[in-house]
Design a protein around this ligand. Structure first.
Ligand SMILES: Cc1ncc(COP(=O)(O)O)c(C=O)c1O
Length: 390
């Protein structure tokens, strides 16, 4: 099995491929789906083997979080991120979208504010609004090829009824990896404003060669009393549809509040998810992730080279994740015209930057976790759709 193999996902109840007509008006037969953050290649062979074995066993009864499952998560955090966690810090939930909602429910009340730096994963806003809480944007600042945080500006925006700061590390979109000092500064900011810090680290395994992610708990161990770290196999291993993830919570009071909510909601992981996560968080899984990142490095190179050749268009250099963040401001076009050319002419389904909040207005987010030939086809279509600018 190779990352190069093109697998037709149309007609497989794939949200990414089977909804592009409904969401973007793009006929599936002609479209390229590069919107939602899942990958177009199969997960690691060790994960597929584990689910085959569980399926062949044929009994799908009740399960529990036993030692070897928790141990695999513990092993992964230590081996990949140098982070020593205790098994009883781990709370399994239904993916990290669910984890964000659980944190909102546990640590804030309706009408209170939830802050996050923008541009960011649009679901921070959506989940906050769905919960009846009020989003509070803290705009990041463009600094050369990347973003930086302006904590003075952020401090001026925080209100007395702000309860939670959701921090995306590494950042989706932009692929920015925060340094240990930046992570520590964010934790100190949360302390100064008495905020619960939800560190969403779902993209932390998808690091381009030479990059390193520092978990919030390592950057700011003294802030454990206010920190919840979110982690999952969903992006790393393309298991988003298995709907499983973990909240890692050293503080017993914070953990108790989340555990109580999980109990009240009667949540327990699906029995097939557990062997899959266990198989993923293994040395074989780690080797597969390394191979995936090498492949994505090649995709990133051809994507950036071709996109940056279009006058006025610029792809922010990714440090992590497979989600290029592309600025069209240099074309002088309105977002509507950019959308018309990408969706209407190039037939590529991608989200426009405005949905990621303030600072995203002139951007478009792509997804290059797909065979290289698909990336090559997409960039050729982009060059064609903007050929009048050449
Ligand atoms: C930053 C971030 N958090 C959470 C999620 C959702 O994760 P899950 O599929 O585990 O619910 C995503 C998905 O794109 C994401 O990018």
């Amino acid at each position: 099995m190779s990352f190069d193999e093109i697998i037709d996902r149309r007609g497989t109840i794939s949200s990414k491929w089977d909804r592009i007509e409904a969401l973007y008006g793009i006929p599936p037969a002609e479209g390229i789906a590069m919107w939602t953050a899942d990958s177009d290649y199969p997960t690691a062979p060790c994960v597929i083997e584990a689910v085959h074995k569980a399926a062949d066993f044929g009994i799908f009864g009740y399960t529990f979080y036993e030692e070897s499952y928790l141990g695999a998560i513990q092993w992964w955090m230590q081996a990949r991120h140098g982070w020593r966690i205790e098994q009883d810090w781990i709370l399994t939930c239904q993916g990290l979208g669910n984890a964000i909602q659980l944190c909102l429910q546990a640590f804030s009340a309706p009408g209170e504010r939830v802050a996050y730096f923008t541009p960011v994963y649009h679901e921070f806003r959506v989940k906050t609004e769905k919960a009846g809480r009020v989003p509070l944007e803290l705009p990041m600042v463009r600094d050369g090829d990347s973003y930086v945080l302006d904590l003075d500006d952020a401090a001026a925006r925080i209100t007395p009824d702000t309860r939670i700061l959701i921090f995306c590390a590494p950042q989706n979109p932009s692929g920015r990896i925060w340094t240990r000092e930046e992570m520590a500064a964010v934790a100190a900011f949360a302390e100064r404003h008495d905020l619960i810090l939800v560190s969403d680290e779902v993209h932390c395994d998808l690091l381009f060669p030479g990059q390193r992610h520092v978990p919030m708990d390592i950057a700011a161990p003294e802030m454990r009393h206010r920190t919840v770290t979110l982690n999952s196999t969903s992006k790393t291993f393309n298991l988003a549809g298995m709907k499983t993830g973990n909240m890692i919570v050293p503080d017993p009071d914070l953990r108790g509040a989340l555990a109580d909510l999980l109990r009240k909601l009667d949540y327990m992981a699906a029995c097939l998810a557990l062997p899959m996560v266990k198989a993923a968080y293994s040395p074989e899984g780690a080797a597969w992730v390394d191979a995936q990142m090498e492949y994505l490095e090649g995709n990133r190179r051809i994507f950036d080279e071709a996109i940056n050749r279009i006058p006025g268009v610029w792809s922010m250099p990714l440090q992590a994740t497979y989600l290029p963040w592309v600025d069209f401001s240099g074309t002088g076009m309105t977002p509507e015209e950019v959308a018309q050319r990408i969706h209407g002419k190039a037939r590529i389904a991608v989200p426009m930057g405005a949905q990621f909040g303030t600072g995203g207005e002139t951007f478009v987010r792509f997804n290059i976790a797909t065979p290289r030939a698909v990336v090559a086809e997409a960039v050729a279509r982009m060059q064609d759709a903007f050929s009048d600018l050449q």
